[in-house]
Design a protein around this ligand. Structure first.
Ligand SMILES: [Zn+2]
Ligand SMILES: [Zn+2]
Length: 271
């Protein structure tokens, strides 16, 4: 079983057209490919335009039919918390993500660049990573009551530039408590293990950090493995190593998307 439900294309900030991505998925032996273009969001330059989003829906639905005998294609969307989709029923599933933090009505991206992240940390949070994390996780937790959100995207995206504990200690109990409270609030959702920052050279391990993944397992939270793919060569980036990590923290199953919704599959079926 090979699945990726977090896939970007030229409709937003991805490098490849949807059909090129599908062909690579077939070559790499994927069974399931879900597209998750950045939903229209006025704060996000990388998101689809409203018109683009209509065309995206149309094209992915057409490709779903065209390739039905070769691969299961699903139409999803990555919805930022600042840009909830108007018609969730248009999509097979929705990834809910927080890419911004807010201060007095201004929004700044936590993952756009290390420079922006440093600016946020310094100017808005006086270099106190804990206050920054508090503001970020407060945003993520709002999705607890959002019925349309199936999968929580890259839970700890704010740690993108923290390889080697550069800005704070991943194991700091005060930080871990903030993240775990958020996991508790969202425990009825599916979480993704996301290898996107590895493909982009920022990190050596996926989101969420291994101690948070272990906590999710302890809380019996369902997960899936996604590459947050923006370039088809990275469609299965770090999947093997991530599966090892998922197994190591104790998981023996993950979810797959089917025509009848999300179903659990034994971990040993995945590669
Ligand atoms: Zn994202
Ligand atoms: Zn994404």
């Amino acid at each position: 079983m090979r699945q990726n439900l977090h896939t970007h294309s030229t409709y937003c900030d991805g490098k490849d057209q949807p059909e090129q991505m599908i062909q690579t998925a077939i070559e790499k032996g994927f069974d399931i490919l879900g597209f998750s273009g950045h939903g229209y969001c006025i704060y996000d330059d990388a998101s689809m335009s409203q018109q683009g989003q209509v065309a995206y829906i149309h094209e992915i639905r057409a490709l779903q039919k065209k390739y039905a005998d070769q691969i299961q294609i699903y139409l999803g969307i990555e919805q930022d918390i600042l840009g909830r989709v108007a018609n969730p029923a248009d999509f097979d599933y929705i990834i809910g993500s927080a890419h911004f933090v807010e201060q007095e009505g201004q929004f700044k991206s936590v993952d756009e660049s290390e420079q922006t992240m440093c600016k946020i940390l310094h100017e808005w949070f006086h270099d106190d990573f804990l206050s920054y994390a508090q503001a970020y996780y407060k945003n993520v937790a709002v999705m607890k009551d959002w019925k349309e959100v199936d999968i929580i995207g890259h839970l700890d995206l704010l740690t993108k530039y923290n390889e080697g504990n550069k800005y704070f200690d991943f194991e700091d109990p005060r930080y871990v408590a903030l993240a775990c409270d958020t996991i508790d609030a969202l425990s009825h959702k599916i979480f993704e293990v996301n290898t996107g920052a590895i493909a982009r050279g920022y990190r050596t391990a996926p989101y969420p950090y291994k101690n948070l993944l272990a906590y999710m397992h302890e809380k019996k939270i369902r997960i899936c493995l996604n590459s947050d793919c923006h370039d088809r060569i990275n469609l299965d980036c770090h999947f093997k190593e991530s599966l090892d990590l998922i197994r190591k923290v104790g998981y023996d199953s993950m979810v797959v998307l089917t025509s009848e919704g999300f179903k659990d599959r034994p971990l040993d079926q995945f590669q």
